[in-house]
Design a protein around this ligand. Sequence first.
Ligand code: DLL
Length: 435
Amino acid sequence: MGNYFSPEKETASREQIREWQSKGLVDCVKRVYENVPYYRNKMEEAGVTPDDIHGLEDLHKLPFLTKDDLREAYPYGLMARPLTDCVRIQSTSGTTGRRVVAFYTQNDIDLWEECCARALVAAGGTKDDVVHVSYGYGLFTGGPGLNGGSHKLGSLTLPMSSGNTDRQIQFMTDLQSTIICCTPSYAAYLAESINERGLRDKIHLKAGIFGAEAWTEEMRHDIEQALGIKAYDIYGLTEISGPGVSFECSEQTGMHINEDYFIAEVINPKTGEVLPDGEKGELVFTSFSKEAFPLIRYRTKDICILSREKCSCGRTFVKMTKPLGRSDDMLIVKGVNVFPSQIETVLLNHGYAANYQIIVDRQKNSDSIEVRVEMTPEMFSDELSKITAREKELVAALKSMLGIYAVVRLVEPKSIIRSEGKAVRVIDRRNLYKG
Ligand code: DLL
């Protein structure tokens, strides 16, 4: 048994949770049907109206929502409340087509921050902790989410944001940070930097809350050893609120989904059929409590397994495994979501053909991305300095499109192996999804 931020919610009976979800769903469907023409059209196309939805048992009648819907409805088309009721916008990285913009009322922010506070408490956090938030702040949800959760808990919050490792370590030692929140890759990098500087003894960390990208059990072990902490996983996505959709407890065997706010389903990504607990499939969320931007049956593209087995922490919320892969081609590199199509767009816009390869690797827990692209025969006959200049130009264009640095290598025409079937454009050497 442990401590909880919202004990009455986190340990509620399954019947109670089902009742919250049923009532919330019925209410949410009515709200979106009345206020969001996009939803009304979708429901009409599927031949379903709010009168058909009496509770959780009718969820399967509702159509799925995908990233394509979000793109089509960008930016305001899925809002269920007028803009004047909203107090915040968050967004994912990516080009307009891929970018997700989420809107929040004050209530939506409160709900989200409560989820993050629960994650902090599950990791042993209390109001006496110094919570060092090194997720990025800004449009990305990581920094604002954990920052808000830490405030809700009453902990002392250090809004460090990412980068400037020397300053991070200095604050960490001077102000005796006890909980660190960042991506697992950055945690590994911080751990390495701390140990290199011989400062391990000056660190007071006891726990870390790491998410936003896939990481393995081996990586967890390495970080725990290097920093002398317990490392907890946290999951979330901008569309549904941000970090804290689910979080790990002391058992560290999967993440509890905040089911008083979100309904989780796992489906067969090919057929859309709902799968029973224990089976692997695509995770789908219904954020029925959200006011400004509630999503019904949103397909996350994350592959995982749900389990409702009793947890020794006492929480009754369903648990999801770490994401075991994705059903689309999105990569997460240095914590940033990258679609190969974004890279292709840059290449084509700069006069290259679509003969390229993206190589993602992780050395010493730090991600790298290299783009190899074939020159046209005319470019190939250019002098070296011109080729180097072209590479630099692509590096800058990719940085501006993706927000991260990618190595660019221009290679000889016809040197990238042609595939007889689907082109193998991405080589991900990280092996991230082995659990
Ligand atoms: O990454 C929110 C977040 C911030 C979660 C900080 C945890 C901590 P997005 O940028 O919208 O939101 O990316 C969402 O990231 O669909 C997953 O594919 C992936 N992801 C998030 N958490 C994890 C995790 C934030 N713990 C996408 N393990 C999701 C593996 C994760 N993948």
